[in-house]
Design a protein around this ligand. Structure first.
Ligand SMILES: Cc1ncc(COP(=O)(O)O)c(C=O)c1O
Length: 390
């Protein structure tokens, strides 16, 4: 192979990003390790959804679908209507290749180099690199813990962090990794701030089907928010469809016209999958119910067991299927802790520092294994942590 310095050709924002993501750069897994790193559901989609992909191909849905399949967009608008929001499928829905592309498209619509995006701290890791790619600056508003030990938005920090350069505040509810579900009051407060400070809100709502305590409050429906909100959605978690790359954005009609102008192709999702996803939205809810029940059983099994470990403090999540215990009492930074846990405990978790400075002192466990495997994982954590205390 000829070695050549390609860096001189590469966009400076890409060079500034350094290496790849943690998921892609992990050391090899010990053979018996339990992997709770990625939020990839362990459920397989029902046969009728897989068959719908094949049927659509056989029926000839293999051609361009400029602007996306209108029937799919109508199904999406109807689905979101269950939150009391009226969505015009032709003017307010854009189909994407999963939540990640929805993030990219949302950022691609608004971010100029030097602009700022306000993220919560801690928050999901997948926002920073797309923002950096557009040359934007990530600002973080530290969250504070409530009496249930859950991280919640701190509005003083949010207001203080908004500057003239802030284009958008990005929120995620139900939240990955913290498990918080923003309350009616919190959503209302943020909407007021957004209007007052004249910024957009990007609202990542991909875990809305997995709420254990509280309810989903759509910020796009708050006064003055229709043209100020981009709702990001994905089928990855709702239908355990991480490999099928299905998602969408909902926004006000004017804003959507601009989102549509981000030039990343005809539509992000192959037409046969759009057909199958339409079927999933019509007939897939028993499957979602069964996943929801399984996740709840997992949470109920894991959280008390984690809290029995000396030095671990784990709040009950209100939504999503992660737990985010505080392990700061062991005094080990979360990245070396992850590597130690993997080697010494044979459990792979995500280090809290990945989610922002406030995430340090925590680890995230994705509950994407059956209860017995999760219990074994927690037992291993317990053994490893008791070794640290001793
Ligand atoms: C909060 C959040 N947003 C977006 C995504 C990306 O979703 P997708 O897999 O559909 O790209 C994830 C994936 O884990 C997530 O947790």
């Amino acid at each position: 192979m000829i070695h050549m310095d390609v860096d001189k050709f590469v966009k400076k924002e890409i060079l500034a990003m350094g290496g790849g993501s943690l998921t892609r750069s992990m050391p090899p897994m010990p053979p018996n390790a339990i992997n709770l790193l990625a939020g990839d559901p362990d459920f397989n989609q029902p046969e009728f959804i897989s068959k719908a992909v094949y049927d659509a191909m056989r029926e000839g849905y293999t051609h361009y679908a400029f602007g996306g399949d209108p029937a799919f967009k109508t199904a999406i608008a109807d689905y979101y209507g269950k939150y009391g929001v009226e969505v015009d499928p032709a003017k307010q829905v854009l189909i994407t290749s999963g939540g990640s592309q929805a993030i990219f498209r949302a950022f691609g619509t608004i971010l100029n180099p030097g602009d700022e995006v306000l993220l919560m701290d801690p928050c999901y890791t997948g926002y920073s690199q797309p923002a950096a790619y557009f040359g934007a600056k990530i600002i973080r508003a530290a969250q504070s813990k409530d009496e249930k030990r859950l991280f919640r938005p701190d509005f003083e920090n949010i207001e203080a962090a908004i500057t003239e350069k802030t284009k958008a505040v990005l929120i995620c509810s139900p939240d990955n990794p913290t498990g918080a579900v923003w309350t009616e009051a919190e959503i209302g407060r943020l909407a007021e701030i957004a209007v007052e400070k004249d910024v957009l809100v990007i609202s990542d709502e991909i875990y809305t089907e997995f709420i254990w305590d509280g309810k989903h409050v759509p910020i796009i429906d708050k006064p003055g928010m229709e043209e100020r909100t981009m709702v990001l959605m994905s089928f990855s978690k709702t239908f355990a469809w991480t490999g099928c790359r299905a998602g969408y954005i909902i926004a006000g009609p004017q804003l959507m016209e601009k989102i549509n102008q981000v030039p990343i192709g005809i539509t992000g999702m192959p037409l046969p999958f759009q057909k199958a996803a339409t079927k999933a939205l019509a007939e897939g809810w028993d499957f979602v119910d069964s996943m929801r029940e399984a996740y709840k059983r997992r949470i109920d099994a894991v959280v008390p067991r984690l809290n029995e470990i000396d030095g671990v403090s784990c709040p009950m999540p209100e939504g999503a299927f992660y737990v985010f215990p505080d392990v700061s009492s062991f005094g080990v930074p979360s990245m070396p802790l992850l590597l130690g846990l993997l080697k010494g405990g044979e459990v792979l978790v995500a280090p809290g520092s990945l989610y922002g400075p406030k995430g340090e002192g925590h680890v995230r466990l994705a509950l994407v294994k059956p209860v017995d495997v999760l219990e074994e994982a927690v037992d291993r954590l317990g053994k490893y942590f008791s070794g640290l205390k001793g």
